[in-house]
Design a protein around this ligand. Structure first.
Ligand SMILES: Nc1ncnc2c1ncn2[C@@H]1O[C@H](COP(=O)(O)OP(=O)(O)OP(=O)(O)O)[C@@H](O)[C@H]1O
Ligand SMILES: [Mg+2]
Length: 295
């Protein structure tokens, strides 16, 4: 049995200034090692739901909250929100808002200092994260003198400083070019596969990331409408057609990725039938069989 690392139980939440609920009765379990993709229209409650995983909602936002959230079997309460940083790394939808130090190096050092990590260990950890995210060239730069993509990487490095087993990223590719977005998502996939991090992301452009996810959640007006493996969610009758991935982009990415080929070819045939995409499943299969390495 996989270990449940996040348990969201019947969570209902209304921001104080709002006249309606941002979340209504959401229940969702996330297992260790999952790569969960959270999808929904703008305003559907994705960011709010993600903020319940590190206690920001409701502890730093006024409002009415019902239900509970547990991380590694411990219910989040107000007093342990700060300690949660060791378990849950969080990257906000607008990372510039979470970067506040003079240099990127200081940014990564900040959480380590807060937890009293000894200096030698701290320096080793900073070196390791800078190498992992390949951000040496911005190490001594101000967070306000780097690109949006570099800010995302810096925010991820800082979120990983305490080596949390769970990483939550909200619309992390929103300001990135397709190339940078791909690089970043591949990096997250590497953290998931090689470092066994549980990754939870919200993302608008499914074609960029669906092939990395083993779980998917669809939220609409604050209600969880579909949850499970990505193929089942895409085929769920509640799932809107406008949010289906664009298959040609998935196909391009597939040229690099072999792992989830059989699942993806099933998505492809399902979606091409449903949307009458002219590129046929046979075209797709023949390109892959030519490469000769697909199973
Ligand atoms: N601080 C806040 N105070 C009051 N209402 C808020 C606040 N933040 C979000 N909301 C409202 O809660 C609902 C859910 O917002 P949320 O930001 O969670 O949606 P989202 O799915 O992340 O949207 P997007 O895709 O645009 O980022 C929306 O109706 C939004 O207007
Ligand atoms: Mg959001």
């Amino acid at each position: 049995m996989p270990k449940k690392v996040v348990q969201i139980n019947r969570v209902t939440y209304k921001y104080r200034s709002s006249s309606f609920h941002a979340l209504t009765n959401v229940s969702l379990d996330i297992n260790e090692g999952d790569f969960l993709l959270l999808v929904g229209y703008s305003g559907s409650g994705k960011s709010t739901l993600l903020k319940t995983i590190n206690g920001l909602v409701p502890n730093f936002y006024a409002g009415s909250f019902g239900g509970d959230v547990s991380i590694y079997d411990e219910t989040i309460t107000e007093k342990d929100t700060a300690l949660l940083a060791k378990k849950v790394g969080f990257v906000f939808q607008n990372p510039e808002n979470q970067l506040s130090n003079l240099t990127i190096e200081r940014e990564i050092a900040f959480p380590l200092e807060n937890f009293g990590v000894p200096r030698d260990e701290m320096i080793a950890r900073i070196d390791e994260l800078i190498a992992l995210l390949d951000i040496e060239k911005i190490r001594f730069k101000s967070p306000f003198a780097i690109s949006g993509g570099e800010q995302q990487l810096a925010a991820i490095a800082a979120a990983l400083a305490l080596d949390p087993p769970i990483l939550v990223l909200d619309e992390v590719t929103a300001h990135l070019s397709p190339k940078s977005a791909n690089e970043l998502l591949s990096k997250l996939y590497e953290l998931n596969q090689e470092y066994n991090k549980t990754i939870i992301i919200s993302e608008h452009r499914l074609d960029r990331c669906i092939h990395f996810a083993n779980k998917m959640a669809y939220i609409e007006n604050g209600r969880l409408k579909a949850f499970g493996n990505p193929q089942d969610v895409l085929e769920n009758q509640n799932y809107p057609k406008e949010l289906l991935p664009k298959i040609p982009a998935i196909y391009l990415k597939l040229q690099e990725e072999t792992k989830n080929f059989s699942t993806l070819s099933k998505y492809y045939s399902f979606i091409s039938k449903r949307d009458s995409i002219p590129f046929t499943t046979n075209d797709f299969m023949s390109i892959f069989s030519k490469e000769g390495k697909r199973k």
